[in-house]
Design a protein around this ligand. Structure first.
Ligand code: HEM
Length: 228
């Protein structure tokens, strides 16, 4: 119950924050304030944006954009690792959270089997992507690149300040990687015969909360890495 409500509220709150920030960034600098006028404008903008997803061509354009983004950022065969990570992750997040939110007995049966299989693929892809991209998001590299960044792409309405997107890209990358390994470790831990029942329960809760951290990092990554 606590996990269900907290995870739902946090995911909605983060996406509201990210999309509101995006809406404010479209406005002239002097108008970027948290006020009722901007909030009304934001609601109007987000509703029309959401409505556009009722049309199939919108999904088509998103898919084309993601494929092109993958090809630009993952050269040669590595793009297939990126696609496999995305597909396995979408199934893992949807199956995990839909069962966690709406099915009292939790994940079971064929969806659980597919979840574990997709989990294995996810773990392999995450490891390969860590080896490919880790050096891009090392602190010294991020500092160096951020100092060259002209477009401070992430606007914080509370601090009235913009931050280099690279900072948030690095945060999203490392939280996603860490949560991914906690997801794998918690599952492997719960499968080993060495742990008693309380430890199994601990692994189950570690898995769920790591899944939440992973999804929040994925939402941030989509906003600061993928969507221009
Ligand atoms: C890395 C590989 C993964 C494996 C092997 C795996 C395996 C499992 C297993 C075996 C369960 C059932 C636990 C039980 O009922 O005792 C489970 C539950 C769950 N998994 Fe995963 N998982 C993985 C990745 C993920 C990812 C990436 C997410 C989400 C982003 C996720 C979200 C969840 C959630 C939310 C539950 C709880 C569902 C419920 O409340 O019953 N898992 N996972």
């Amino acid at each position: 119950m606590i996990f269900g409500i907290t995870s739902f509220l946090l995911i909605v709150a983060l996406n509201l924050r990210l999309t509101f920030g995006r809406y404010l960034r479209r406005l002239p600098e002097e108008k970027r304030k948290i006020n009722s006028e901007n909030f009304k404008g934001y609601i109007h903008w987000i509703v029309s944006w959401k409505k556009s997803f009722l049309k199939l061509e919108r999904w088509d354009r998103c898919l084309d954009y993601l494929i092109a983004w993958g090809q630009k950022n993952y050269p040669g065969w590595t793009v297939w690792v990126f696609y496999a990570l995305v597909l396995s992750y979408i199934y893992l997040a949807l199956s995990g959270f839909i069962f966690a939110w709406f099915v009292p007995r939790g994940l079971y049966g064929f969806p659980l089997l597919l979840h574990v299989a997709a989990g294995a693929l996810f773990a392999i892809c995450l490891t390969i992507i860590l080896f490919i991209k880790a050096r891009v998001y090392l602190p010294e590299k991020v500092e160096e690149e951020a100092s060259k960044e002209s477009d401070y792409g992430f606007y914080c309405p509370l601090l009235h300040k913009s931050f280099p997107r690279l900072y948030l890209q690095a945060v999203a990358f490392w939280v996603f990687v860490l949560a991914g390994f906690l997801l794998v470790a918690s599952t492997l831990g719960s499968m080993l015969p060495y742990f008693n029942f309380p430890a199994q329960i601990f692994f189950f809760h570690l898995h769920r909360w790591s899944a939440l951290a992973s999804v929040l990092a994925a939402c941030l990554a989509i906003d600061v890495m993928i969507v221009e």
